[in-house]
Design a protein. Structure first.
Length: 88
């Protein structure tokens, strides 16, 4: 066996302990289960989101598209409604 020490703010710790207590699980058991799930999934066992509510890949794609638009890449010229309908 080995020991892991982590630093976390008190509010997060208390909130997590409260939820885990309702589930009948202590913090150590929950962390062990989490680490085992990382092994099984060979990665984080749930999606990670940025502060914008997007996955990292989604956010990077948007930033890439914005950069292209700023450079004029993959941007169509302005069309009037009639021109747009003709292009369809």
């Amino acid at each position: 066996m080995t020991t892991i020490q982590i630093r976390i703010d008190e509010k997060t710790k208390r909130s997590a302990q409260k939820v885990l207590g309702k589930l009948g699980i202590d913090m150590s058991t929950a962390i062990k289960a989490y680490l085992k799930q990382i092994m099984i999934h060979e990665g984080i066992p749930f999606p990670l989101y940025t502060e914008n509510g997007l996955t990292l890949a989604q956010e990077q794609e948007i930033l890439h598209d914005v950069d292209e638009a700023k450079r004029g890449v993959n941007v169509s010229k302005y069309m009037s409604p009639d021109e747009f309908m003709e292009s369809l």
